[in-house]
Design a protein around this ligand. Sequence first.
Ligand SMILES: *[C@@H]1O[C@H](CO)[C@@H](O)[C@H](O)[C@H]1NC(C)=O
Ligand SMILES: *[C@@H]1O[C@H](CO)[C@@H](O)[C@H](O)[C@H]1NC(C)=O
Ligand SMILES: *[C@@H]1O[C@H](CO)[C@@H](O)[C@H](O)[C@H]1NC(C)=O
Ligand SMILES: *[C@@H]1O[C@H](CO)[C@@H](O)[C@H](O)[C@H]1NC(C)=O
Ligand SMILES: *[C@@H]1O[C@H](CO)[C@@H](O)[C@H](O)[C@H]1NC(C)=O
Ligand SMILES: *[C@@H]1O[C@H](CO)[C@@H](O)[C@H](O)[C@H]1NC(C)=O
Length: 401
Amino acid sequence: MKAASILAGLALAATSHGLNVLITNDDGFGTANIRAMYYAMKALGHNCYIVASSSDQSGQGSRLIFTNNAKLTSDSEFGIVKSGAPSIGQDPNDDHIWYYNGSPATQVLVALDYVLPNHANFSVPDLVLAGPNYGLNVGPFLYSISGTLGATQTAIERGIPAIAFAGSYGTQTAYYDIKPSTSAGLQDPATITGRLAATLAQAFIDKAASSNSSSGRVLPLGYGVSVNIPLITSFTDDSCVNPPFVRARMTGGGEFTSKAVYDNATGLFGSANFADSGTNMCINGDCSLPGEIEVINSGCKSSVVIFTIDYDAPYGVSSLADPYAALLPDIVQLNNATNLVGGLGANASVQGTTGSSSSTGTATGSTSSASTKSGAIRLIMENVSSLAVLTMGVAALATLL
Ligand SMILES: *[C@@H]1O[C@H](CO)[C@@H](O)[C@H](O)[C@H]1NC(C)=O
Ligand SMILES: *[C@@H]1O[C@H](CO)[C@@H](O)[C@H](O)[C@H]1NC(C)=O
Ligand SMILES: *[C@@H]1O[C@H](CO)[C@@H](O)[C@H](O)[C@H]1NC(C)=O
Ligand SMILES: *[C@@H]1O[C@H](CO)[C@@H](O)[C@H](O)[C@H]1NC(C)=O
Ligand SMILES: *[C@@H]1O[C@H](CO)[C@@H](O)[C@H](O)[C@H]1NC(C)=O
Ligand SMILES: *[C@@H]1O[C@H](CO)[C@@H](O)[C@H](O)[C@H]1NC(C)=O
């Protein structure tokens, strides 16, 4: 993966000065998605550090897990760092990439309180980016379970603007397996996912820079953004390679929580996705917006949700004007807009460097059913009353976290 190949594809120019950006995730410091987002943010001129877990820490929410071992007791993911190495350290090939053997929320704390003050030329990042997670993080259920969102919430609690990204594709791969080109002649899905994340982050940065706010913050104190990206199809075709960003809300639209499923044969419980009333209740914000899961299931579109970590229900909600529209850059569009622009920008190329496909790769707002290509998404909307689907649900949910 060459940064230059990303540079060539980026639609948005870097701002006049780069920001100091902390990047983390819950899938680990060696996965393709986090590295692709790091490369794309660096290509936009930002001063970036990764601090992320030495191995997969999915599903930990905001848990704090600090290791009791000063050394790794097993190899890090993909064998990048070997057993016996310190429990905190740098990637052998990039001293801006750090791993720590702990949960996602602890990565943020270790970064803010140790790595950045001691090893970077800044202490407090301007922005924290988390993910892109392998598997969707839609709805309030995953908002509380996802380690990607746990790290994001932790950063916001520490006063730092933070954006969480998740993608439908659920199979974790190593960063060194990112291909310059797929068999369809397009960029690797991880490259496109990382570019989508960086493009949206840059749009928020530019939006904040052009506003009259004196704070200079990318997002107001206590605010965060959660982004879900549909299945990027560039392994095989260009039907979903440039999904537009669409405004959504966290609840509603058939959003699911979970249920316990008892297995008579084993005497054990498993879980299954289960759409219930609580996750589909609109209390805050614009109730006319589609739910995240609704956007993802409606085709090749990414959902963008603004949330706050003030979990109190407000008084007099119905009399409030939409408080969020002013925060969103133009690249985040309404689902009912007539001409949705792709999330990489209208004219972005997604060609791989060695590709020979004649595709333009600029599909925007394609209505092709990207969601039907993902078992994980499809089952959410299906009736969970059959055991076969329930079993699928447990497996799929595991990849969602
Ligand atoms: C910090 O380091 C980055 C990357 O080397 C550089 O671009 C930036 O100017 C430095 N910032 C300061 C304040 O020295
Ligand atoms: C910023 O302030 C100027 C001068 O008061 C005003 O003309 C402009 O509309 C403001 N821009 C925004 C984005 O609020
Ligand atoms: C599990 O056992 C209960 C009670 O005997 C029975 O009603 C149910 O049909 C069984 N379920 C399965 C999936 O075998
Ligand atoms: C488009 O969607 C927005 C947000 O959901 C809603 O407020 C607006 O009424 C919709 N416009 C039309 C023409 O349906
Ligand atoms: C994108 O392409 C269109 C049509 O070719 C062109 O009119 C427009 O100026 C281009 N936009 C950018 C930002 O290059
Ligand atoms: C699920 O199955 C129940 C019982 O068979 C049925 O009433 C319901 O309409 C089904 N729901 C969907 C979404 O198919």
